[in-house]
Design a protein around this ligand. Structure first.
Ligand code: CTP
Ligand code: MN
Ligand code: MN
Ligand code: MN
Length: 359
């Protein structure tokens, strides 16, 4: 027999990594509103509040039906008073005043425009906002000091605002594969991030690169970027060396969502027609083969899914998960894994495929 709505709600688990969250769901009219409030909290440097709204939205994404009334929400986890008030207002009036006034506010719009510039974080955007600046044009007009990333961000702003399509991501994949094959035969390349989760558009294209012979991947990134540079395909790149040391980054270190792989934040020049081209953000990451499963799990996302995996590991399993390793604090040892499936098993979680990690 089919469970009724209340039984369905009781089956919704607390951690996003315990649930299946498809890309297309039934409650965008609510999740989009809650995500505005989440984003606004982030702009105001209130991480706790931002995550609370994001978790609430994520629970609604996992429901197999459209929410019709407040009764449908009984016994659902992660729905705080504030989120419930917002949902109630939308169900009754069609929209929430708080959400609409946030969306229209000068601060929200300016922060969205300014943090939308590649290389600009919340703190910098907030400083500019308080100085009266509202847009990339304002930065240029007033001659703001910009670092190299931000200069590229302003220069390619319009292109980088346009969503990257799957077709464009496939063209970039071919280019990256060609580059990697040219400089290190036998290397493996995997498309990560939103596209691995089945999205048909993204804000960038993410790749993870490794080689089955551990050590061969060392220092690979400069070779890749040099090859791309020579072909005239790079508009911007910043490479960071691998700085991971198990002894220092393992259990002794506070769990951090920033990994330490050799990586490159870049902007590609993509040919879109015989005489047209556009700028596309591309992230490249190189992982040693022994960490590849962890890197794969860590770079598939979504960001909330990753965050919940780490929280589950720490709070429920006394383990510490990163994109490099899984450490068991009770047994005082690293748990080695070759596949994502093995990592879920170590964590006592049902395996969730990438297409259902859209939390
Ligand atoms: N990531 C990370 N460290 C960063 C940036 C990103 O580990 N400094 C991880 C995120 O946790 C995420 C993945 O890389 O799992 C992809 O991040 P991102 O490209 O920002 O998001 P997507 O999910 O790919 O969404 P989009 O389509 O907007 O790019
Ligand atoms: Mn469904
Ligand atoms: Mn991405
Ligand atoms: Mn990315």
């Amino acid at each position: 027999t089919k469970p009724n709505i209340d039984q369905t709600a009781m089956l919704v688990k607390t951690y996003a990594c315990q649930r299946r969250t498809p890309l297309k769901h039934h409650n965008s009219f609510l999740t989009e509103a809650l995500e505005i409030l989440s984003q606004n909290a982030e702009y105001n440097d209130n991480e706790g509040r931002s995550v609370a709204f994001r978790r609430a939205a994520s629970v609604l994404k996992a429901l197999p039906h459209r929410v019709k009334n407040m009764e449908d929400l009984r016994s659902l986890p992660c729905l705080g008073d504030h989120s419930q008030r917002v949902i109630k207002e939308i169900l009754e009036d069609g929209s929430s005043r708080e959400v609409e006034s946030t969306r229209q506010s000068d601060q929200f719009q300016a922060m969205k425009a300014l943090t939308g510039i590649f290389g600009v974080g919340v703190r910098t955007a907030d400083r500019w906002f308080r100085e009266g600046l509202r847009s990339p044009d304002d930065l240029v007009r007033t001659g703001q000091q910009l670092n190299r990333a931000q200069q590229a961000g302003v220069q390619y702003y319009d292109d980088l605002q346009k969503p990257v399509t799957k077709a464009e991501a496939d063209v970039i994949s071919d280019i990256v594969e060609k580059a990697v094959r040219a400089v290190l035969p036998g290397a493996e390349i995997r498309l990560m991030g939103g596209f691995r989760r089945g999205k048909d558009v993204g804000h960038d294209v993410d790749f993870l690169i490794t080689h089955p012979e551990e050590g061969k991947e060392e220092g690979l990134m400069p070779k890749i970027t040099n090859w791309l540079e020579e072909q005239g395909l790079l508009l911007y790149e910043k490479t960071t060396r691998n700085s991971y040391l198990e002894k220092m980054d393992g259990p002794a270190r506070a769990p951090n969502n920033m990994d330490r792989f050799e990586r490159c934040f870049s902007i590609f020049k993509l040919q879109t027609g015989s005489e047209t081209e556009r700028a596309v953000r591309v992230d490249l990451v190189v992982s040693p083969y022994s960490q590849f499963a962890f890197a794969t799990l860590g770079w598939t996302g979504s960001k909330l899914f990753e965050r919940e995996l780490r929280r589950w590991a720490g709070q429920e399993k006394h383990m510490s998960l990163s994109s490099h390793a899984l450490y068991d604090s009770k047994q005082n040892l690293y748990l080695r894994a070759k596949t994502e499936e093995e990592i879920f098993a170590f964590l006592d979680l049902e395996f969730i495929p990438p297409s259902e990690r859209n939390a």
